[in-house]
Design a protein around this ligand. Structure first.
Ligand code: NAP
Length: 318
C-alpha cells in the first residue's frame, strides 16, 4: 500500500495552500483533488478580493496557479474522491474512489463545503451568468441592477443586506411566511428600504435570455398563482453542506457537520488529523481565510510529525 507522511484531501485555496507549505517543508504531500478540483472558486468568474491582484483574477486561473506552485515544490496530485477514511489507527487509511487505499502519518482535511442549490429549471444553466451563491464574490457585478436573494435564514439576510450596497433593489424570496433568521438579522434587513419581500413564495424557475438572467418565476403558496419577478441576478442562499460525509463521524463535527477544530490551531478531535478551509468554517468562507487556515494546518502537521519522530526515537532508545 502506498504510504505518505501527509495526505491532503481537497484542492480549494485551503488544500492548495497547505500543499505549498507542506511541500516546501519537504513533506512530499499527496493531494487528493476531489470531485471539484480547485474548489468553489472554479465555479466563479472574476475574483476581485484576493489580495495581490489589483485588476482581479479569474477563479480557475488563481487555483491553477496555486496548484502549479504546490507542484513546483514537490506536491503530488491524485485525481479522485476520498470516499472513506479510517482514523482510529495510525498510520491513517484513506480510500479513494472506493478502490485505491493509501496510508498517511498525518491528514489535512480541506474538502470544503458545497452550496445547496434549489434544483429548479434554469439554475444550473445560468450559474456564473446571473445565478450565484456568493454575494461577497459576485455582488459587485450587479451595481445599479435589481437582484433576488432566495432563502429565509441568516445567510439570506446577510447577503441581501450586503447586496443593497450595489443593487437598485433586493427582493428576498422565502418559501414560508416566517423567517428562520435570527431577530437581529431580520430587523436589520427589514429596516433597509432597498429590501423588498416575497414571503410564502416558492421559486419555480430561473428566467433568462441567451446571455443573462432576466428574473425568477415564483409561485404564491396561498393563491397558487405564478408570476415573474424581474431581476438581473439570483442569489441562492439556502445554506451550505460541509463535505464530511465520508468521515462517518469519526471526528467531532458540529450539528450541521462542520469539523470542530481546537482554536487557534487546526487540530481536530483526532490527533494527527487537521482541518482547514470551508469544511471547518461556517462563518467567513472566503478564499483568503481558507488559504490562511491551510497555511496553519501545514505548519501544525510539520510540528506534529517532528514531535512524533522525537517521540518514536526516544521510545526506541528508552
Ligand atoms: P439556514 O439557517 O439553514 O437557512 C436556510 C434557509 O433556506 C431557510 O430559510 C430555508 O427555509 C431555506 N431553504 C432551504 N432549502 C430550501 C429550498 N430547497 N427551497 C427554498 N428554500 C430553502 O442556512 P444559513 O442561512 O446559511 O445559515 C447557516 C448557519 O450559519 C446558521 O446557524 C446561521 O445562524 C449561521 N450564519 C450566521 C451569520 C451571522 O451571524 N452573521 C451569517 C450567516 C449564517 P425554511 O426556513 O423554510 O427551512
Amino acid at each position: 500500500m502506498d504510504k505518505h507522511r501527509v495526505m491532503i484531501l481537497g484542492t480549494g485555496p485551503a488544500g492548495l495552500t497547505a500543499a505549498i507549505y507542506a511541500a516546501r517543508a519537504n513533506l512530499e504531500p499527496l493531494v487528493v483533488e476531489g470531485a471539484e478540483p480547485g474548489g468553489q472558486l472554479t465555479t466563479t468568474t472574476e475574483v476581485e478580493n484576493f489580495p495581490g491582484f489589483p485588476e482581479g483574477v479569474m477563479g480557475p486561473e488563481l487555483m491553477e496557479n496555486m496548484r502549479q506552485q504546490a507542484e513546483r515544490f514537490g506536491a503530488k496530485f491524485l485525481t479522485g474522491l476520498a470516499t472513506s477514511a479510517k482514523l482510529d489507527q495510525r498510520p491513517f487509511r484513506v480510500t479513494v474512489d472506493d478502490d485505491e487505499e493509501f496510508e498517511a502519518d498525518a491528514l489535512i482535511i480541506s474538502t470544503g463545503a458545497s452550496a445547496k442549490w434549489l434544483g429548479i429549471s434554469g439554475e444550473a444553466e445560468m450559474m456564473g451568468r446571473g445565478v450565484s451563491s456568493c454575494a461577497t464574490c459576485d455582488g459587485f457585478f450587479f451595481r445599479g441592477k435589481p437582484v433576488i436573494v432566495v432563502g429565509g435564514g441568516d445567510s439570506a439576510m446577510e447577503e441581501a443586506t450586503f447586496l443593497t450596497k450595489f443593487a437598485t433593489e433586493v427582493t428576498i424570496v422565502h418559501r414560508r411566511d416566517t423567517l428562520r433568521a435570527s431577530k437581529v438579522m431580520q430587523d436589520r434587513a427589514k429596516a433597509n428600504p432597498k429590501i423588498k419581500w416575497a414571503l410564502d413564495t416558492e421559486p419555480v424557475a430561473v428566467e433568462a435570455n441567451e446571455k443573462t438572467v432576466t428574473g425568477l418565476r415564483v409561485r404564491d403558496n396561498a393563491s397558487g398563482e405564478e408570476r415573474v419577478l424581474a431581476a438581473d441576478g439570483v442569489f441562492v442562499a439556502i445554506g451550505h453542506r460541509p463535505n464530511t460525509e465520508f468521515l462517518e463521524n469519526q471526528l467531532q463535527v458540529d450539528k450541521v457537520g462542520y469539523i470542530v477544530t481546537k482554536e487557534p490551531s487546526s487540530a481536530t478531535s483526532v490527533e494527527g488529523v487537521f482541518a482547514c478551509g470551508d469544511v471547518m468554517d461556517p462563518v467567513y468562507r472566503q478564499a483568503v481565510t481558507a488559504a490562511g487556515s491551510g497555511c496553519k494546518a501545514a505548519l501544525d502537521v510539520e510540528k506534529f510529525l517532528e514531535a512524533s519522530v522525537t517521540h518514536d526515537t526516544s521510545a526506541a532508545t528508552a
